[in-house]
Design a protein around this ligand. Structure first.
Ligand code: ADP
Ligand code: ASP
Ligand code: MG
Length: 409
């Protein structure tokens, strides 16, 4: 038998939002079958189904049990896999749908944000060998006790990249509702530019810092297993953006993208005794309470006292505030200050490694627009500023104009 040419394709919510869209996805898959590919398809829930299911749960309970919420949310993807299989059957293509549990996609037990541990390829490979298109429900798996888990919002991208990894193929296409990865969210900033290619590191940084076009763990998988993620539109046949190793890239920019992360809150504990081990103790408390701390900035003051500022998800704000208040009391610190609505605005680019003055330019643009910077954090290839959330859009547009420019390349 000739060697199989496997391609993994993932179709997001808008791409499978209606029965017409599902039929059009089936036609696209047919083109790949005709070209001799063995196709594994990962799909999301139709349209805004996941949001609707969350709203439904919240009509019953504002804090639904996490296991039951994952049980509910996983139904969205199950609808799409069956409908897509039917659409393929209608045009004469053999196809079979599988849930996460049926392909033994095993995750840890962290409901609503589970991490993939392993996937069995047996069923998938057998079906491919029998010339079937394999359709897998994205975003879901099971833990070691067979509870249904989900991978976090946007997690179907990660299901697709993980499948490409275990099926040992470099080809993974992420079909979405924009033409690729842009220099900023094209729905927010006018005159953004589509990138032909972007490195794993930059894409990972952008995804972590709020660019919702890819789930950050899908980029981690792709980097680790050398998968070329092709982000493209399901509404046309244009080439999109390839996420690839930096060494293989043809075009390189100082700044590849500007992004913002909303729904974050900032908390500062002032004048904590500055002794070895204090920060460790504090972050241990956050870890035990399963609160994800995004940014951390410590500034030393006078008299062996320091201030620690953190940002957390807005949904964790109340819990984090309670913890900070008790830390403040236990360590006899100088008080807790907070801002519930902040945004983290970031510029990302590998070129920063070798460019001078990028940080200074960012700060002066912020000040020219009267935007106060509450916190700053840097990585090798990114600079992030915490600002009031009401200025997020203005800041992104201003940074984009300065670093990437209005002209279309
Ligand atoms: P899907 O349902 O296909 O997974 P998502 O809504 O998760 O789609 O991701 C696509 C969206 O990501 C786009 O509609 C766009 O508004 C948003 N987005 C944010 N930042 C970027 C960016 N830098 N490039 C492209 N799209 C972006
Ligand atoms: N349906 C899930 C969500 O809306 C997963 C995904 O679309 O990737 O977050
Ligand atoms: Mg998505």
């Amino acid at each position: 038998m000739a060697e199989m040419k496997i391609i993994v394709q993932k179709y997001g919510g808008t791409s499978v939002g209606t029965s017409e869209r599902i039929k059009s996805v089936a036609q696209r898959i047919k083109k790949y079958i005709d070209k001799g590919y063995s196709v594994v398809v990962v799909v999301s829930a139709m349209g805004k189904t996941t949001d609707t299911l969350i709203a439904l749960a919240n009509e019953i309970s504002l804090q639904p049990d996490k296991r039951e919420l994952d049980m509910l949310l996983s139904t969205g993807e199950q609808v799409t896999i069956a409908l897509l299989a039917m659409a393929l059957h209608e045009i004469g293509i053999d196809a079979i749908s599988y849930t996460g549990s049926q392909i033994k996609l095993i995750t840890d037990g962290n409901f609503s944000n589970a991490k993939i541990e392993s996937i069995s390829t047996e069923k998938i490979m057998n079906s491919l060998k029998n010339n079937k298109v394999v359709i897998v429900a994205g975003f879901q798996g099971i833990d070691s006790d067979e509870n249904i888990t989900t991978l976090g919002r946007g997690g179907s991208d990660t299901s697709a990249a993980a499948l490409a990894a275990v099926l040992k193929t470099r080809d993974c296409e992420i079909y979405t509702d924009v033409d690729g990865v842009f220099t900023a969210d094209p729905r927010v900033v006018p005159n953004t530019r589509k990138l032909k290619e972007i490195s794993y590191d930059e894409m990972l940084e952008l995804a972590r810092l709020g660019a919702g076009v890819l789930h950050s763990r899908s980029v981690e998988f792709s980097k680790k297993y050398n998968i070329r993620l092709h982000v493209r539109s399901s509404f046309n046949y244009e080439e999109g953006t390839i996420v690839m190793p930096r060494e293989e890239m043809m075009e390189k920019f100082v700044i590849s993208g500007i992004t913002s992360k909303m729904d974050e809150s900032m908390i500062t504990i002032r004048d904590i005794p500055d002794r070895p081990g204090i920060a460790a103790k504090i972050f241990d408390i956050f870890g035990q309470n399963k609160i994800y701390v995004n940014m951390i900035v410590q500034s030393t003051g006078k008299d062996k006292l320091a201030s620690i500022s953190i940002t957390v998800r807005k949904s964790d704000f109340k819990k984090a505030m309670d913890l900070c208040e008790s830390i403040n009391k236990d360590f006899k610190a100088g008080g807790v200050q907070s801002k519930e609505d902040i945004a983290i605005v970031s510029a990302v680019g590998v070129g920063m490694l070798s460019a001078y003055g990028v940080a200074g330019k960012i700060f002066s643009i912020m000040s020219e627009h009267g935007i106060n910077i509450e916190m700053i954090s840097t990585s090798e290839i990114g600079i992030s500023c915490v600002i009031d959330s009401m200025y997020a859009e203005l800041a992104v547009k201003a940074l984009h104009k300065e670093f990437i420019g209005p002209e279309q390349k």
